[in-house]
Design a binder for this molecule. Structure first.
Ligand SMILES: [Zn+2]
Length: 621
């Protein structure tokens, strides 16, 4: 089957090149495609209730008898919750509700925020996790309460979203409906607890503190993965110089390799590599303990400190390391053996309850046979080698077996997942349909944390903002109606021509490659010939034509993926014989700049003045 697919893909790509060559001399052979007409309906985000539903009216025609109450000594996050409720309620219902503390005598019409002296406080479930919340109506009183560090604020956002129809699609795009009547079911009684206790994504929009809070994200990994601003909520944080690949922080090769090569990894040819430490050498353990002790002092708010392999495969094969790995059936053996010692030191000698984090990544993805991570060790399993052509349980059953095995080994399993192309940020990557089933797989197999890595450096010329929204939503609840969420997002983000974007997503999906990864060259994830590119461009053009100015700009930015693809693969107008290719390249670069794209791949910036003879994947500094 794979061979058949590879042959078919090769035929298709040869066809794309031949077509590009013909097109260089006969551009008129490209048919003129048309997109879909704009829709004339509006998508409403406000819930519709049955006619006989018993409703509680919070405001009508811009008037309300309600006020917002929080505790006199409320935590700053709960005060923020009251303020956010006041702000969005006024915008939606036209009524500015006063905020008072619980030192005021109780009145009937109150929205009670967090813990207070009010009678409804007796209903607060004190066993709820700190991100969880309740929304309960008792008579005319409405209670929104949860964990004080986050849950109560998340409860307010859920209330605004699910009952008043507010949406926060991106930091710049929020939807607040105008309501003549703000009503809720009179018997409202909602409790929500997130699927994953640690929720973090580094997609560009998630660097906005307010947006992160509104999407109920709670995690922070490092400074490079967005802000660690705690002005909205307390965060579940990593401390230290980084959240991954930290061995060099404890034992920098520049300091130790020349005089103590024996601290570093023995290779098969007898040389030492500075790429990884020797995890059996006592000095390595001593240096790591000292480094962790320092971090515990420097980062008192950290829940996790990472003791994790560097980003390469040069692990140690000395007799001692190799013996552990052989006995455990995986190089994760010597890793867990080492990390457990650090964790034991942290717990018993330093008396710290910080969790020691390590990666199950590349050579350590397969768990040890019977060596268990200590209770205060957290494992973060990375899906870096997975193909994205189908959900992992279909495309990568061995990886899913590793997920299951790790979750049997530890209660602290975090996931590190990816949904984009690191080497080509702005090329089609048709894996939107696998995000939800994958998140479900991780949740159903016991993962307690999820980090969705994204393009953290730049706005997206693909669907980065949609991906950020989806992954943030799914971390809270993997079983949401994703079709509906996506449709809402596309409608508001791209405008009434959004059916074209839906059509394009399905079209790209139908042209996806047999296997593709997060570093694949553009032709692997999707195979477009010049006819396909023209048809896809017609969808984006039809969408842009129907949108507002802001929607048109977003559509144009997302459409950059087609020209980037054509340039990188040198097909269509970017074919080397095509006399228009230099002008097309210049125009593409100008559009990247105009639409706010700063990086084309992970790492370096896009050049200010690239050589337009070169494909766009060579325009980075
Ligand atoms: Zn060794």
């Amino acid at each position: 089957m794979q061979l058949f697919n590879e042959i078919w893909m090769t035929i298709q790509s040869v066809f794309a090149v031949v077509l590009s060559a013909v097109m260089a001399f006969c551009p008129f052979i490209i048919p003129s495609y048309r997109g879909l007409p704009a829709v004339t309906y509006e998508i409403r985000t406000v819930p519709v209730y049955a006619e006989n539903a018993v409703l509680l009216t919070l405001a009508e025609d811009g008037a309300s008898g309600y006020r917002i109450v929080h505790g006199q000594n409320a935590y700053h996050v709960e005060v923020r919750a009251a303020q956010e409720l006041q702000r969005y309620f006024e915008r939606a219902a036209g009524a500015l509700l006063p905020i008072v503390t619980d030192t005021e005598p109780a009145a009937g019409k109150e929205i009670v925020i967090g813990r207070t002296n009010r009678a409804v406080d007796a209903l607060v479930d004190q066993t709820l996790y700190e991100d969880s919340f309740q929304i309960v109506a008792v008579g005319e009183t409405l209670l929104i309460a949860g964990g004080e560090t986050r849950g109560t604020l998340f409860g307010v956002y859920a209330f605004l979203e699910e009952f008043l129809g507010c949406r926060w699609f991106t930091p710049e795009l929020e939807v607040v409906p105008e309501l003549s009547r703000a009503v809720i079911p009179a018997d409202i009684d909602v409790t929500q607890t997130p699927a994953f206790g640690f929720r973090h994504t580094s997609w560009w929009p998630a660097q906005d503190t307010a947006w992160r809070a509104r999407m109920k994200l709670n995690g922070s990994m490092t400074f490079i993965h967005g802000s660690i601003d705690e002005s909205y909520t307390d965060l579940v944080m990593f401390g230290g110089s980084d959240a991954a690949h930290t061995f060099n922080s404890f034992m920098p090769p520049a300091v130790y390799f020349a005089n103590n090569p024996e601290y570093f990894a023995l290779q098969e040819d007898g040389t030492r590599s500075s790429g990884q430490p020797c995890l059996s050498h006592p000095a390595v353990l001593a240096l790591t303990k000292a480094g962790i002790a320092r971090w515990i002092d420097e980062y008192p708010r950290a829940k996790y400190l990472s003791v994790s392999q560097n980003d390469n495969w040069f692990y140690c094969k000395c007799a001692e390391c190799a013996a552990i790995d052989a006995a455990q059936g995986s190089p994760a053996g010597s890793m867990i053996h080492f990390v457990n010692k650090v964790a034991d030191y942290v717990k018993h000698e330093l008396g710290s309850d910080v969790l020691i984090h390590t990666l199950a990544y590349q050579y350590t993805v397969v768990p040890p046979k019977n060596l268990r991570p200590a209770e205060n060790v957290a494992i973060q399993l990375c899906s870096i080698d997975c193909s994205h052509h189908e959900p992992y349980k279909i495309s990568n059953p061995r990886f899913v077996a590793d997920v299951k095995a790790w979750s049997e080994h530890t209660d602290n399993l975090l996931i590190w997942d990816y949904n984009f192309n690191f080497a080509h940020y702005h090329t089609p990557f048709p894996d939107l349909r696998i995000i939800q089933p994958n998140v479900q797989t991780f949740y159903e197999n016991g993962a307690v944390g999820f980090y969705g890595q994204g393009n953290t450096q730049s706005l997206s010329g693909e669907f980065g903002e949609l991906r950020a929204y989806m992954v943030a939503k799914l971390m809270w609840n993997p079983y949401l109606d994703m079709e509906r969420l996506m449709e809402e997002f596309l409608y508001f983000y791209y405008g009434p021509g959004y059916k074209n974007i839906q059509k394009y997503i399905a079209f790209a999906q139908s042209r996806r490659g047999y296997t593709f990864h997060i570093g694949s060259k553009p032709i692997m994830p999707v195979l477009f010939n010049p006819f396909d590119l023209a048809r896809a461009q017609a969808y984006f053009d039809a969408c842009a034509a129907a949108g507002s100015e802001a929607q048109r700009a977003r559509t144009e930015r997302s459409a950059l993926q087609l020209r980037y693809y054509a340039s990188a693969e040198q097909i269509g107008v970017f074919f080397p014989w095509n006399s228009n290719r230099i002008d097309a390249a210049r125009q593409l670069h100008e559009d990247f700049v105009r639409l706010g794209i700063t990086h084309l791949r992970e790492g370096p910036r896009m050049m200010a003045q690239p050589d337009y003879n070169l494909p766009a994947d060579q325009w980075s500094e």
